[in-house]
Design a protein around this ligand. Structure first.
Ligand SMILES: [Zn+2]
Length: 356
């Protein structure tokens, strides 16, 4: 009789590192992740995320977005037109709340091996920022490489993810985790979908993506080297960072490295480099290269391995608790497979497929 090898159950998350987000604090390291490289790159990313998120431009964006009001709309109702930042007032009481969050909130960054998205926040744990270990593992390798460009792009990518989640967390703090994002706070492409008490599908906004568009000039993504590329050294090694603009039509541009370096290394006048600006004509459509972060068309769209392979349902609605903010999904498709975005129904069937 043969004995099947058993795989021990993985813990829900790796031993974690706690990084207070306070700008004055250097950050207290409580426990370790996998190795010193991951610790170091996470610590640097948190420092960068603090500098970006609490910079004057970002705080102006955050305060204005938090002042927008409005409840969810039905999935078949027209979604409100996305807000325009220049039309929004600055509310002093909101600014004070954001200042308080900056100086007092003790946000823990948890490296999570179980979440399917690249990161997650949840209103039941409004000071926890979960980040997918799939992002942290290559980041540690980039750090170890000592290659300046590799490290800088990695830090920008990680800190962007953290800032995106901080946008959710600061809203949870201000509204005591009871107030969801109004639908007009979105980039016009990505919304959060949920189910109301009557079982009807409803649509909320998504402030994290809008923050990225307003602050960086586009939602950021990082393409990765395929294994057969002569520059490939390890899985999910970043090739370049791009910014995607959803409106008025979807376009993207490669973020010029000199702008990335100025921001990440904090050169004198670094803040003048954001929002990032393209130095070449915009590319139309979506960037179809293999990447670390997939910007899904909506929160119920999921990555899918192409025809002939088993559908990989990242998460279906029925498995998610209603408080979870779902931001988008990282693709796990094989490099050779054709990747599509599919819409998943409640019982897991594929309702629609969109090539990307
Ligand atoms: Zn989000």
């Amino acid at each position: 009789m043969s004995v099947q090898p058993t795989t021990p159950a993985r813990p829900s998350y790796k031993p974690q590192t706690s990084f207070p987000i306070r700008t004055e604090a250097s950050g207290e390291l409580i426990r370790y992740v996998e190795d010193d490289d991951q610790i170091a790159v996470l610590r640097s990313a948190v420092t960068l995320a603090r500098r970006l998120f609490f910079s004057p431009l970002s705080k102006m964006i955050v305060v204005k977005l938090l002042g927008v009001e409005g409840g969810p709309v039905g999935e078949h109702d027209p979604t409100p037109h996305p807000v325009r930042l220049q039309d929004l007032p600055m509310d002093i009481s909101i600014a004070q709340d954001v200042d308080r969050f900056q100086h007092e909130a003790q946000v823990k960054v948890v490296v999570d091996t179980t979440i399917r998205g690249y990161a997650k926040t949840n209103s039941t744990e409004p000071l926890i920022l979960r980040i997918n270990s799939d992002l942290v593992v290559p980041a540690g390798k980039a750090w170890r490489s000592g290659n300046t460009a590799e490290v800088n792009m990695t830090l920008l990518n990680l800190s962007c993810v953290m800032c995106h989640e901080l946008m959710h967390l600061v809203r949870m703090q201000r509204f005591a985790a009871t107030h969801d994002t109004p639908p007009s706070v979105s980039d016009g492409l990505r919304y959060r979908e949920d189910v109301d008490d009557n079982g009807d599908n409803i649509v909320y906004g998504e402030g994290g993506w809008l923050w990225e568009v307003e602050y960086f000039g586009g939602a950021l993504g990082a393409t990765v080297f395929p294994r057969d590329h002569f520059c490939y050294k390890y899985d999910n090694q970043i090739h370049y960072v791009f910014a995607e603009r959803p409106t008025p039509e979807t376009t993207w541009f490669k973020v010029p490295y000199n702008q990335i370096r100025a921001v990440v290394e904090g050169f004198s006048g670094w803040q003048q480099n954001v929002p990032f600006t393209p130095t070449a004509p915009l590319n139309h459509g979506r960037n179809s290269a293999p990447r670390l972060r997939i910007s899904s068309l909506s929160t119920t769209m999921h990555a899918y391995d192409g025809p002939g392979t088993k559908a990989r349902v990242e998460q279906s609605d029925s498995t998610l608790d209603s408080d979870t903010v779902r931001c988008a999904y990282r693709g796990h498709a094989a490099e050779t497979s054709k990747v599509s975005i599919v819409k998943i129904g409640r019982d897991g069937e594929i309702l629609a497929r969109h090539p990307i």
